[in-house]
Write a protein that binds this ligand. Structure first.
Ligand SMILES: [Mg+2]
Length: 225
């Protein structure tokens, strides 16, 4: 059996700024800081790393042990509201068709590998109507390190979908150099797609095994798995 691990933002969907608005609201509520995400680049980073950057930039300090949970608790409340009303939300081209066809294959298991905390990931996938296809994953709430959370996703996939056997191949599908670098470091085959903020030219430099401008021609994409 093969394992396919999908990144979420820029790969499956774009939240249209919902996550940034939600974490800004959480930060404002708790620390009275406006627009704490200004000047911070989020794509490819895990939520705990983004939070660390917000603390350093806005409060000039690191977070204390209990603070991430406090912020993330508020964040998911705001995210739920923001995802429902987000005007810029969209699902990336070809994704619903690709995932639907892949889900019917008996030789494949589908999972998530994202820097989003787990609850945030499910909220985003729910708006896309795609949460039903994924039963497990590795998340920013498992580790701030993307390689580590990919390894956790692989272990969960093994126990939940493959009777604790090794997968014959593992694909990490994502839109940033981080997905390529950390996916490969975790022993996976990187599949890059230029539907996030990195272009085909940008991603090419990191030598992904497969590179697509988008998944709109999903029949061609299917052939690599
Ligand atoms: Mg991404």
């Amino acid at each position: 059996m093969k394992l396919l691990l999908f990144d979420i933002d820029g790969t499956i969907l774009l939240s249209g700024g919902a996550a940034i608005r939600a974490v800004n609201s959480a930060f404002k509520k708790i620390y009275s800081v406006q627009n704490a995400m200004d000047g911070i680049r989020a794509d490819g980073k895990t939520d705990p790393i983004i939070l660390k950057e917000m603390f350093n930039k806005s409060l000039r300090r690191d977070f204390l042990a209990e603070e991430p949970n406090r912020v993330f608790k508020e964040y998911v409340i705001y995210l739920r509201e923001e995802m429902v009303s987000s005007q810029g939300f969209r699902i990336m081209p070809g994704i619903p068709e690709l995932i639907d066809v892949l889900s019917k294959r008996k030789d494949l298991a589908l999972g998530i590998a994202t820097g989003n905390i787990q609850e945030g990931a499910w909220i985003k996938l729910e708006r896309a109507g795609l949460n039903f296809y994924f039963k497990f994953g590795g998340f920013g709430s498992d580790s701030e390190n993307r390689e580590q959370l990919i390894r956790i996703a692989i272990e969960r996939g093994k126990s939940l979908a493959n009777h604790n056997r090794e997968f014959e191949n593992i694909f990490v599908i994502g839109d940033t150099p981080f997905d390529i670098i950390h996916g490969r470091a975790a022993g996976a085959t990187p599949v890059a797609v230029a539907t996030g903020s990195y272009s085909v030219n940008d991603l090419e430099k990191y030598n992904p095994d497969h590179l697509f401008e988008s998944f709109s021609d999903f029949m061609t994409v299917l052939k690599i798995f």
